[in-house]
Design a protein around this ligand. Structure first.
Ligand SMILES: *Cc1c(COP(=O)(O)O)cnc(C)c1O
Length: 350
């Protein structure tokens, strides 16, 4: 295992496979997954379907592909899709939803959260001469750009009930659903229960090198299987990757609270500085999104100075930054990084 000398807080995707994970991958039984013959893929799909309380699950190369296949399976060209503001689908998927599925987004709510009332108000009936009919509502839990916040389950339930009433499908982008489950103590199956279709990632906080899964009814998985092929995402001996995912579920899932504790440590230090504006109530899991106060350097300048001081993080706006904790950073490193960021933010402008 190699680890760079930076304290890398850019994302939980930078995590490296551990020795144990590499050994499991090397030893994985494999076969041709397009023939349904990869035992490791099959085991992972069954395990995740079980954990999410769904009939079946399907392996996909990335979270973006999972989201794109979900969207393609649940909508038609010209449809309207309702999502929370700052959603991954709107910001981080290169416009794929418009390009692949020909849908438009209606963005509602604040900081990634919204209510059933807001959903129903934004809903456009299908069959109307003018309206783009709403066929899908999408929830992100935890919400990345919202600062890793947990989507309130009571809202998820009323939104999905309203969706069913209006014949609208529901999709949960749960790339970090494991974090939501860890912090709330609610099993992933309960969080996924209201939704027709759920995506989860193995390559974020769980630390596997690649892979996401979709889970839902058997009939819906058949549809997703076809679109996965259409999008070029069907693989062959992908069990080598699946074995990394199975290992992560076995050994890394239970350590997510460490990441949450480390994020809380960083947040407490940042919030104490007058150069930083941080709503501590948003720091619920492993992500911290914060703003630089007037008079502090801007986000780009902080990123450059932090890198010189050995800390990596991402700008999320002109004066906004994101920090993410994960299995390759220790509590001590997180405390040191927070000190570094505060001292940079408190430097006066030249
Ligand atoms: C990272 C992420 C994705 C996409 O995953 P990739 O594997 O990077 O394509 C989708 N949704 C959310 C909420 C994410 O954080």
């Amino acid at each position: 295992m190699t680890q760079n000398t930076f304290i890398d807080l850019r994302s939980d995707t930078v995590t490296l496979p551990t020795e144990g994970m590499r050994a499991a991958m090397a030893a994985a039984p494999v076969g041709d997954d397009q023939y349904g013959e990869d035992p490791s893929i099959n085991a992972l799909q069954e395990r995740v379907a079980d954990m999410l309380g769904k009939e079946a699950a399907l392996w996909l190369a990335s979270g973006t592909m999972a989201n794109q296949v979900a969207l393609r399976a649940l909508t038609h060209h010209g449809d309207d899709v309702i999502v929370g503001d700052e959603s991954h689908a709107v910001w981080h998927e290169a416009g794929a939803s418009a390009a692949n599925s020909g849908v438009q987004f209606t963005v509602i709510g604040r900081h990634g959260l919204f209510t059933a009332d807001e959903f129903v108000r934004a809903l456009k009936p299908r069959g109307h001469m003018l309206y783009p009919g709403t066929s899908l509502v999408q929830v992100e839990n935890t919400h990345n750009r919202g600062g890793g916040v947990v989507f309130p389950q009571a809202d998820a339930e009323t939104i999905c009930a309203a969706a069913r009433q209006h014949n609208v499908a529901s999709f949960l982008d749960g790339a970090r659903l494991w974090n939501a489950a860890a912090v709330t103590g609610t099993p992933p199956a309960a969080l996924a229960e209201p939704f027709d279709l759920t995506a989860v990632a193995l390559s974020k906080g769980l630390g596997a090198p690649a892979g996401s899964l979709l889970a839902g009814s058997r009939a819906l998985m058949e549809r997703c299987l076809r679109f996965r092929r259409m999008f070029g995402g069907a693989m062959r001996q992908a069990g080598i990757l699946a074995a990394g995912g199975l290992y992560a579920l076995e050994y890394h899932l239970k350590r997510l609270p460490e990441d949450h504790a480390n994020a809380a440590r960083i947040a407490a230090r940042l919030a104490a500085s007058s150069a930083i504006q941080l709503d501590s109530s948003t720091v619920q899991t492993n992500i911290i999104v914060f703003d630089l106060a007037d008079g502090a350097p801007d986000a780009a300048a902080v990123v450059v100075s932090a890198k010189q001081a050995g800390v990596l993080l991402f700008p999320f706006g002109v004066r906004r930054l994101r920090v993410v904790t994960h299995l390759n950073v220790t509590a001590e490193q997180c405390e040191a990084a927070a000190e570094t960021l505060v001292s940079i933010a408190e430097r006066r402008l030249p």
